[in-house]
Design a protein around this ligand. Structure first.
Ligand SMILES: Cc1cc2nc3c(=O)[nH]c(=O)nc-3n(C[C@H](O)[C@H](O)[C@H](O)COP(=O)(O)O)c2cc1C
Length: 385
């Protein structure tokens, strides 16, 4: 079974990730396989000052030897450079501890819900862990999962299709991934990219924030990952859960879900065919490569909707949890728009879910065993019954 745990506060000394269940023999190098994704998560127009402080890089401290995984737990460490500025308020020991208390809880953040849950009198006890800084750790775990499935032939990508009211169509076919990686907002359409950048700048001027939508896709996914036999083995549900667990994601569409809800069945369902070259395939892929909670051999794709982030330069009104007085919410240095970075996180989560499902179906102790199982399966599913 593949799983990962992350630990670390936003302004603590480091993020730690333990990834368990990666088979032995997967070539793994932090600079080549993990750090580029960490850099992509830090980018995107609309991010705040924190990203100028951090230069995220993963240090592998267990589970890899001589450039190959050992089958043992892989531990990754990402340092928080900003910790230098927070050593006092984030110190572990009680003696001499002086908090910078946050009592004016911020709307749209976990502050109040977390205070009510744990009985804290300082919302910093909540926000340090609820912060999306944790997504750096997830991107690192996702990069490990991506490295495994890439060795099995699966590619995962993402792009942005909406920021605020600027949008492009849902991709239908090939996307120019090079243009996406070059765009300041991870959008393949250069004209729309420029308009999205301008919309983010205008929001910043107004002291406001913007949300939007990312498209994530995985190509060459083997048919048969997930299962319809139990609700918690359905891979559609697992993907939806993974996406909705990303801070600020408020909705996920698997395939063309919203369009399908507005259309007659004759315009929605994907007709299967067989031929000697392609084997079993579908004429369209509106169901996002997913049927009955199982991958159907087509690319798996989803739309992930991000709310505008909660911290506003002109804060909303809130309450002080000590006095009960209505007051402006606490302001903490913040991004303006995180959709481009969020797309990279969504990509990592999709890679992770597919890696976990592939390990379950083809699992072996070694990459070689998995590769042979995947190759045999791909041959078997292309044959007529
Ligand atoms: C990559 C990334 C960076 C984020 N940065 C910020 C930020 O700077 N300011 C902010 O208010 N929210 C930010 N968020 C969103 C908040 O973390 C999130 O809205 C908050 O924790 C509450 O969770 P919820 O929106 O899922 O309910 C970010 C989200 C992501 C995915």
């Amino acid at each position: 079974m593949l799983r990962f745990l992350t630990a670390g506060e936003s302004h603590g000394p480091q993020l730690t990730v333990i990834v368990e269940g990666i088979p032995a023999g997967v070539p793994m190098d932090a600079a080549r396989d993990i750090d580029p994704d960490l850099r992509r998560r830090q980018g995107g127009h609309g991010r705040g000052k924190r990203q100028q402080i951090e230069h995220d890089a993963a240090r592998i401290v267990s589970g890899v030897r001589g450039g190959k995984t050992l089958g043992s737990p892989i531990t990754l460490v990402i340092e928080n450079r900003d910790w230098e500025n927070w050593k006092g308020p984030m110190q572990v020991e009680a003696r001499g501890f002086k908090s910078k208390r946050v009592t004016r809880v911020r709307p749209g953040h976990a502050d109040l819900a977390g205070v009510l849950k744990y009985g804290f009198s300082d919302a910093r006890d909540v926000l340090e862990r609820a912060s999306a800084r944790e997504t750096a750790a997830r991107v690192a775990a996702g990069a490990v999962g991506r490295t495994l499935i890439a060795a099995l032939g699966v590619d995962v990508h993402s792009c942005v299709i909406r920021i605020g009211d600027i949008h492009v169509s849902v991709p239908d076919g090939e996307v120019a991934w090079d243009s996406v990686e070059r765009s300041a907002v991870r959008c393949a359409d250069l004209g729309a990219s420029a308009r999205m950048v301008a919309a983010i700048d205008a929001a910043r001027e107004r002291g406001d924030t913007l949300g939007g939508t990312a498209y994530v896709v995985a190509a060459h996914v083997p048919a048969g990952l997930g299962s319809y036999v139990h609700w918690d083995r359905r891979i559609d549900g697992l993907i939806a859960q993974a996406m909705c667990s990303i801070p600020s994601v408020k909705g996920v569409e698997l395939g063309a879900a919203v369009l399908a809800a507005q259309s007659p069945g004759s315009d929605v369902h994907d007709e299967p065919r067989w031929d000697a070259e392609l084997g079993f395939h579908h004429l369209t892929n509106r169901q996002g490569g997913l049927a009955g909670g199982v991958t159907d051999g087509e690319p798996v794709w989803a739309l992930v909707h991000f709310k505008p982030i909660s911290t506003l330069l002109h804060p909303l009104r809130s309450v002080d949890i000590h006095t009960g007085a209505e007051i402006n919410a606490h302001y903490e240095r913040s991004d303006i728009c995180v959709v481009p970075a969020g797309a990279v996180v969504a990509e990592a989560m999709l890679a992770w879910v597919l890696a976990a499902a592939a390990t379950e179906k083809f699992g072996g102790d070694t990459l070689g065993e998995m590769r042979r199982a995947v190759a045999a399966h791909r041959r078997a599913v292309s044959r007529l019954r």
